[in-house]
Design a protein around this ligand. Structure first.
Ligand SMILES: Cc1ncc(COP(=O)(O)O)c(C=O)c1O
Length: 387
């Protein structure tokens, strides 16, 4: 099934004003940095206060409510990505989950290859290089630039491939991948697809069931408007076939008896580790509920309207755009090639105009931003470039 078409359109003014009022950060600056760290809604303050009260009056019973909260957040992520309830689990961060997933496989020839791209976040090659000691052979497909060459990637996937690990959206350019094509190619030769969706989930629609992807990993502190939580989705029919070696007692089939477990839990909990830290999921729930209330298609349309305004202004100013400009391949971020860009980023920050720098100037507006803020950013950028 293909993704629904989205055309740029801002949220209606009333809905947008009510949503924006939930994010105090946007009152302190022009915040266009959600690809790095998303704004967190004001409800987080209450959760932190309640957490302290829980610690101050500690009783072990609180774990019952905390487990409900952890499951609720995981199921909310599942709802956003088109996954069934009970197919997503959370832990500290994406890297923890990627290393855990990687530990499920035997890297014996002939199927010992892991195909990744040079657009993957650095944690991906770092983890799979470490698995070389168990026989994993890393194959990094070069792009020669910020856009992925999907033909080149698919040509490298064959019967020797155990895993293909790709970003849904690149952290340096926002460029998105045609996952349905990739999954078809990988499955044709018996390889599994792991998608790093940290830079897409929350701003770009992703339907994991329709796409048939095997594993999706991501996190809450960017486009999901949360904090400190990674998430993992595993295709439900694949779950019973995977047994992580990088594991912890909560993944055991007898975890709650506090005795050694002979095997792994039957569901997604087999990808758990040790004792979780619930406050981050509880805070992250607030932002995710707001996003689910707006709906991912409306968020995408709003995002496209903002990035389109940016692209139009950048074009008029003669600034080089690194990101794809087509709607089909554009993510939530627009990256600009600017001379002395890192210094420009710092000067913008001194004016309370916040974006990030990763070789390019990355401008990441989200659903709480306005077209006026794009104009404020561009006015400030043009002044800095011409001073
Ligand atoms: C695409 C992508 N993957 C992974 C990460 C890092 O994940 P974590 O720090 O949760 O392991 C980031 C950014 O922090 C990212 O942009």
């Amino acid at each position: 099934m293909s993704q629904p078409e989205h055309s740029p359109r801002c949220l209606d003014a009333g809905t947008h004003a009510a949503l924006r009022a939930e994010f105090p950060l946007v009152d302190t600056c022009v915040y266009l940095n959600s690809n790095s760290t998303g704004a967190v809604p004001r409800g987080g303050e209450r959760v932190l206060h309640d957490y302290w009260e829980t610690l101050r009056t500690w009783r072990d019973d609180v774990w019952q409510d905390w487990h409900v909260g952890l499951d609720r957040y995981a199921d909310s992520v599942a709802a956003l990505i088109g996954a069934p309830p009970g197919s997503v689990i959370t832990d500290a961060n994406l890297s923890t989950f990627l290393a855990r997933v990687a530990s499920c496989f035997d890297y014996h020839p002939p199927r010992n290859r892991v195909v990744i791209t040079d657009l993957d976040y650095p944690t991906v090659p770092f983890i799979f290089r470490a698995y070389a000691r168990y026989g994993a052979q890393l194959d990094v497909v070069g792009t020669g630039g910020p856009h992925l060459d999907q033909d080149a990637l698919e040509a490298r996937i064959d019967e020797r491939t155990q895993l293909v690990c790709v970003p849904h959206a690149s952290f340096t350019s926002g460029a998105t991948m045609d996952l349905s094509r990739l999954v078809a190619r990988a499955h044709r030769v018996g390889a599994l697809v792991v998608v790093d969706a940290f830079q897409s989930v929350g701003v770009v629609p992703l339907d994991v069931t329709a796409l048939g992807v095997d594993v999706v990993i991501g996190g809450s502190h960017k486009w999901l408007c949360g904090v400190g939580t990674g998430f993992l989705y595993v295709r439900p029919d694949l779950v019973p076939l995977l047994t992580p070696a990088a594991t912890g007692w909560q993944a055991g089939d007898r975890a709650l008896t506090f005795r050694p477990s002979p095997g792994w839990a039957t569901g997604i909990r087999r990808f758990a580790g040790g004792t979780p830290y619930p406050p981050t999921s509880l805070i992250s729930q607030i932002g995710l509920d707001l996003l689910l209330g707006v709906g991912i298609d409306a968020i995408r349309r709003h995002s496209l309207a903002l990035t389109q305004r940016l692209l139009d202004r950048v074009d008029a100013a003669g600034i080089v755009v690194v990101s794809p400009t087509s709607i089909a391949r554009r993510g939530g971020v627009v990256c600009l090639d600017i001379p002395d860009g890192e210094a420009v980023k710092r000067r913008l920050a001194a004016r309370d105009v916040i974006c990030s720098w990763r070789g390019y100037l990355r401008v990441g507006p989200h659903v709480y931003n306005t077209l006026d803020e794009i104009d404020l950013f561009m006015d400030a950028l043009e002044e800095e470039l011409h001073r």
